[in-house]
Design a protein around this ligand. Structure first.
Ligand SMILES: [Zn+2]
Length: 132
């Protein structure tokens, strides 16, 4: 990875550099310790169109066989609204978030509660409920 890419601010808006935040999960040098970290890193993977990362962090019971990412989708901002469990000692957790996007001329917000499970020390995205 280019030095520039690693030292820019992470697209999940944590305030950390990309390489110290979601970048270390994307590259595989570290595993997300919490459901929120996994959620953030998956959001960043959507920004970067990192299909492989999205698929490998998707729990096998819900993962799509194929994942076609919409390259016209521009993810602009992530707000984590609430978390429940999802800590290093938990085996499940939820994260409520709003993700703001632009798509063509449209703007929108995805408001979702995502469910995560931890197996063999790794967090996976299970599924999500979209809120109005
Ligand atoms: Zn990040």
């Amino acid at each position: 990875m280019l030095e520039d890419a690693g030292s820019r601010n992470c697209m999940c808006l944590s305030g950390e550099q990309y390489r110290r935040c979601c970048g270390r999960f994307h590259s595989g040098v570290a595993e997300a310790a919490t459901a929120e970290q996994l959620m953030r890193s998956r959001y960043s993977a959507f920004v970067l169109l990192d299909r492989d990362y999205l698929l490998r962090t998707w729990h096998r019971t819900g993962a799509p066989a194929e994942l076609d990412l919409d390259t016209a989708m521009e993810w602009r901002r992530l707000d984590i609204l609430a978390t429940d469990r999802g800590g290093p000692l938990d085996v499940q957790g939820t994260v409520e978030f709003k993700a703001y996007f632009r798509h063509g001329g449209d703007r929108g917000v995805l408001h979702e509660v995502s469910r995560f499970v931890r197996e063999n020390g790794r967090w996976f995205y299970l599924d999500g409920s979209i809120l109005a």
